[in-house]
Design a protein. Structure first.
Length: 417
């Protein structure tokens, strides 16, 4: 139905969502460099661990991916306004699944190679490893905590975001097609809700998923990843719901912007309480009710952080610039490349024995520089090859320069993956 894709269309482009997407993907570079140094499990680890980084990492770890799915939900609704029927699914499939396949067989394998070198003392050459990787060798295993743990290959590692986003896009397309004007009424109803409802009511899906499903560890396998789906699908649908409403200050976006300070303060307070909890009960078993309460607090913190990020972005970053256009075009390619670049650089710098305070800033700066260079080179490829690295047709860049409104072209949707 035509009304499903055009109702409640915001009058102008929501530039702050572009900026927020750029910042959220950039945060992944800092976070994954941090993962090299903290004690948490990762593909490779520094010879010098810096556990003091862990509370700082916890500032973003509960919500960083949820924010990306929230933005993606809003972007999907924007796409639904411009691309009706199965056209949306064809477009998203090309832009998500081709980079995923290319990444699994070209970009990601160096990560797995150095992981087996680091964890299993693998001594084979990279080409030998690739033969086993492509053959789905199940024997990259070790005993950990009394259990046999094996590396599954081929794998998508950090690119797991792409198949999840594709699945959620299909579900969103079906939901919008079936719901008619119901979503518009629901969005309008939510926009009229009291602040307590926006702060707590919209956090309930995250709170109860943490309360009931956290025992199902994240697997990055969409068939068996109940906790991740409960989190990410719920915020994806919230993003879609927000985009059904108006973009002005009377709509849901405006309400979120007005609650940005309470949301930020509550998110920081929740982070402080959680740090105290994890520190005090690091070696002893916490009381059952307290453990359940902290799970609810974790879920609430996720939503409060998303609200704060969106609110401050709408207040301060709702403007266009040449840098927004350039960075929006580059950020997906940087995302595809960044984790492999971090791991390759970390292993190249490892023999130097640099202190983390020197090595980590070098890793961050060099990762951004190399990924930017990779993007500039990928732009010169034929469109079909550039698509494999997240580069859209060159015409997109020209269209972005021509207009900044949703109604004039679909670039607004294209830059929000």
């Amino acid at each position: 139905m035509h009304s499903q894709t055009t109702s409640s269309t915001p009058p102008s482009r929501l530039f702050f969502l572009d900026w927020l997407r750029i910042l959220a993907f950039s945060l992944l570079v800092f976070y994954h460099v941090g993962m090299y140094y903290v004690s948490w499990s990762w593909h490779v680890k520094s010879a010098t661990l810096v556990t003091a980084l862990e509370p700082l990492m916890m500032l973003s770890s509960p919500w960083r991916m949820a924010l990306l799915f929230f933005i993606s939900g809003a972007a999907t609704q924007a796409l639904l306004r411009k691309t009706q029927g199965v056209g949306l699914l064809k477009q998203r499939s090309a832009r998500l699944l081709w980079p995923l396949l290319f990444g699994m067989f070209i970009i990601v394998p160096p990560q797995s190679y150095f992981e087996v070198v680091y964890k299993l003392a693998y001594e084979g050459r990279y080409l030998d490893f690739m033969q086993r990787y492509l053959a789905a060798d199940p024997n990259f295993c070790r005993i950990e905590a009394g259990a046999r743990r094996c590396l599954t290959v081929p794998t998508w590692n950090h690119l797991w975001f792409l198949p999840y986003l594709w699945i959620y896009t299909v579900l969103a397309w079906a939901l919008v097609k079936a719901s008619g004007p119901l979503l518009d009424r629901l969005s309008a109803s939510v926009a009229r809700s009291a602040p307590a409802t926006l702060m707590l009511g919209l956090a309930l899906p995250l709170m109860f998923s943490r309360l009931t499903l956290v025992q199902f560890e994240g697997t990055n396998n969409p068939v068996w990843d109940w906790y991740s789906h409960a989190q990410y699908l719920s915020v994806f649908l919230l993003g879609l719901l927000c985009m059904r409403g108006t973009a002005d200050d009377a709509g849901l976006w405006g309400r979120i912007a007005r609650l940005r300070w309470p949301a930020l303060l509550m998110a920081l307070a929740a982070w402080g309480l959680l740090q105290g909890y994890f520190s005090y009960y690091a070696e002893i078993e916490p009381p059952y009710l307290l453990r359940m309460a902290t799970r609810l607090l974790w879920g609430a913190m996720q939503w409060w952080a998303i609200m704060a990020a969106c609110g401050f972005a709408k207040q301060w970053l709702n403007f266009d610039s040449v840098w927004r256009r350039r960075l929006s075009a580059a950020v997906f390619c940087v995302y595809i490349l960044h984790q492999t670049v971090i791991i390759l650089l970390s292993q190249a710098l490892r023999p130097l024995g640099l202190a983390p305070g020197i090595e980590a800033p070098m890793l961050i700066a060099l990762t951004f520089a190399i990924c930017a260079l990779g993007y500039l080179l990928a732009r010169r490829l034929p469109p079909a090859l550039g698509l494999l690295l997240g580069i859209h047709e060159k015409a997109d860049t020209q269209k972005t320069r021509e207009t900044a409104t949703f109604g004039a072209n679909s670039t607004a949707c294209k830059t929000l993956q």
